[in-house]
Design a protein around this ligand. Sequence first.
Ligand code: NAP
Length: 286
Amino acid sequence: MNIIVLGASGFLGSKVYNRLKAISEFNTIGTCFRNRQNSELITLDIVDEKQVKELLNRVTPDIVLWSLLSKDYPMERELTHKGLMNVIKEMKKSCKLIYITTDGFAEGRGNYSERDIPSYIESTNPINLYIKSKIEAEDIVKKLDNYVIARTGPMYGMDALLSWDKRTAELIHSLSNGREIIRTSNLYKTFVNVDDFAASLVEMIQIDFKGVIHVGPDVKESYYSYNVKIAKKLNLDTSLVKENCISKYEAIERCISLDTSMNTSKCRKVLKTKFRNIDEYLIQGL
Ligand SMILES: NC(=O)c1ccc[n+]([C@@H]2O[C@H](COP(=O)([O-])OP(=O)(O)OC[C@H]3O[C@@H](n4cnc5c(N)ncnc54)[C@H](OP(=O)(O)O)[C@@H]3O)[C@@H](O)[C@H]2O)c1
């Protein structure tokens, strides 16, 4: 089976790529863009039609995994409207596209199932362009015959080089330097461990699953509880993690969805991969 991992130099993509490379019956090709630390990867700018055409015609993938993210939000729209379209144009019809997306649920009532449709958020929230691009991409992907849309909340864990994800790295850096950080205690998400997610994507490649799936444990966390738990485990000074709360009025004013946690019961039915909650992850050791 020929597999292309788009974004194999990234946080999630590198984890999936390494797992797939260890499976001998797969011919796995990974791409990078500006981060060329892994010399095995092929440099690809997804918005460059010629480069995408050359790669897809050469590899003729059975699976394409989209694990791309732009460093700036306006560019994310280019990734969707040029990059994703470039890939779809060159993929054979039977090729399965696995598209990684996010919990863009605007009204913030929590416990969102796969039947719930993500919605646009107002431009007063800086992530609106990112969410808009992801929603537009989901609409494009849903028109394909063979697709998986895997939605995740914030991903955490260590990357292939044992560096923490950006949010956790910021926590460690601040607390190690005696600096306080403030995190919101009523902003809830389904935090997903990157290794569990990577394992589930490898499983999704191996089983006959199509459609939308919410991945992650069945427990939600607030940004505050997440940070306190990690700080405690790492023997950092938890008293430096301060708590704030966003009022309903402020949430409406700033277009902040207070609870975008996902109902993940489907992934427990469909997949064997276990998604650990933060407590389980921390008990098992880092
Ligand atoms: N991280 C999270 O908490 C989170 C939460 C929800 C959903 N997601 C989704 O999960 C996926 C993976 O996220 P991540 O955190 O692993 O992202 P990441 O670490 O930032 O990796 C992004 C990847 O995209 C590549 N890339 C960027 N622009 C490109 C371009 N023009 N052409 C080709 N490649 C390009 C990067 O290449 P270089 O590194 O080589 O430049 C990198 O390999 C994304 O689709 C994201 O929307 C992430």
